[in-house]
Ligand binder design. Structure first.
Ligand code: SF4
Length: 458
């Protein structure tokens, strides 16, 4: 086990003054460390960051294997969104070391940021690398430049050219959040808004397109706040507009965006630009105003529904997907029912339902009126039934119409048919040749059931 004596903080004289936790025991470092594997927990932003680390290690000569195979180096990109995520992160670290006692284990990501000390105390962890040094992870491990981290190699400068294992590429344009929702630890872990420069975003989009990605999904921790840290010098619609003008890009999608950050400019852009998917993922969290206030969410249930109605009035059958937390402290049956009612009114095409789980360090965890676990479970199950009906009703509207499908690289395992997602994020199965994988094709939707949608290639 490492003790404090095994770590040192290497002070750099670069402007970002990094404090790098590096295991100094040279004996632990493998001379010919050549294979690496990645385990990523959490959200799409973490997946983006893993991809950036993957590419930086590849540039240093590492060859990737799967986590199930023996590798010389494991990078575990952790999540801390719930206490369960912390536990999962710890389990992965221990499992990797148990199965591969000689491997070098590097832990990074949000849990490493939130509680580096606990991770350092796990036997076999060789490096704990905080987020601001992820861009230098490859250098730290290969020890080429460990004593000096160039200023430009900060977290702002993570970059990618591929998105391994995915047909669509996620492009991170922003990091951090300043909303402080009462249940969320993320602002304390990732800090405030940090927007990438438009030029860097443009270059990254071009690289991804050049490497064959037809669809780019703009992502961030708080995507709609893009540009806030530069006093709105550039904003999300500017980036959307800039990328939608790239002639070789198949289509552009937004990931999660808050209801009060969907501006008229953005709606009009989506409405008038075929390339931008008419799909909005707008976290609802609760459909009750009392609970929304306790969550420190900055909108009311009526503002939420009105904006959806406004978007619906401007475009043809837009797709609305959402996240809902059930069983938040103080949630009574009447509050919960308001959430179910709002979901039904909103006509969501997909609902991610999260049972509330207290996150230590957040205001909500200190609230005194927590729901019983059994109540939370029942509410989740009831909302799941309602959500299934909603999704089915939404999709039924598309029978006999054509959808533009981005064909996945892998066939559907059960049916061996090709599969892909429409611009409205409806998954469709259909027959066709392998040659159209990774391209956007037109498919007529023939049949929709609660469990699957099938179509015919046009
Ligand atoms: S918007 Fe709220 S839930 Fe989302 S990252 Fe920020 S604080 Fe967390």
């Amino acid at each position: 086990m490492y003790t404090d004596g095994n770590f040192c903080q290497v002070k750099s004289d670069s402007p970002i003054q990094p404090e790098i936790d590096v295991a100094l025991d040279e004996g632990r470092l493998k001379k010919n460390m050549k294979t690496c594997a990645f385990i990523t927990l959490g959200c799409k932003v973490n997946q983006y960051e893993t991809q950036a680390i993957r590419e930086s290690l590849a540039a240093k000569g590492f060859v990737e294997t799967t986590p199930e195979q023996a590798a010389d180096l494991y990078v575990i990109n952790t999540c801390t969104v719930t206490s369960a995520s912390d536990e999962k992160s710890r389990q992965h670290i221990k499992k990797v070391k148990r199965k591969n006692p000689r491997a070098t284990v590097v832990v990074t990501g949000c849990y490493a940021e939130a509680d580096a000390e606990t991770i350092k105390s796990i036997e076999g962890v060789d490096y704990v690398i905080t987020k601001d040094k992820e861009a230098c992870l490859a250098e730290i491990i290969s020890r080429d430049t460990v004593h000096r981290v160039p200023a430009e190699e900060s977290i702002y400068n993570l970059k990618i050219s591929h998105f391994a294992g995915h047909t669509r590429a996620f492009l991170k344009i922003e990091d951090g959040c300043d909303m402080y929702c009462s249940y969320c630890i993320i602002p304390y872990v990732r800090g405030g808004i940090k927007s990438r420069r438009p030029q860097d975003i443009l270059e990254e989009a071009k690289r991804l397109i050049q490497n064959g990605y037809q669809e780019i999904v703009l992502t961030g921790i708080h995507l709609g706040a893009y540009g806030k840290d530069v006093q709105g010098k550039y904003q999300l619609p500017d980036i959307v507009y800039m990328l939608s003008n790239l002639s070789d890009l198949g289509r552009l999608r937004l990931s999660s965006i808050e209801i009060n950050e969907i501006t008229t400019d953005l709606i009009d852009l989506v409405r008038h630009t075929k390339k931008i998917c008419p799909h909005f993922h707008i976290p609802l969290q609760s459909g009750d105003d009392v609970i929304l206030r306790r969550m420190n969410r900055k909108y009311s249930s009526s503002q939420y529904s009105e904006l959806l109605d406004g978007i619906r009035a401007k475009m043809h059958l837009p797709s609305f997907t959402t996240d809902v937390i059930v069983g938040f402290p103080g949630e009574k049956e009447v509050h919960y029912q308001n959430t179910v009612d709002l979901c039904e009114k909103a006509g969501f095409s997909r609902v991610h339902i999260f049972p509330y789980s207290a996150r230590e360090g957040t205001p909500a965890a200190k609230m005194t009126d927590h729901c019983q676990p059994q109540t939370i479970r029942q509410r989740k199950a009831r909302l799941e039934v309602a959500a299934k009906n909603l999704v089915f009703s939404y999709k039924k509207q598309f029978v006999n119409s054509c959808a533009e499908i981005l064909v996945e690289a892998e066939r559907d395992i059960k049916t061996n048919k090709l599969c892909g997602y429409s611009e409205r994020y409806i998954k469709v199965l259909f027959d066709g040749p392998d040659t159209i994988k990774n391209s956007i094709v037109s498919v007529r939707i023939d049949e929709i059931t609660p469990s699957f949608t099938t179509g015919t290639l046009q």
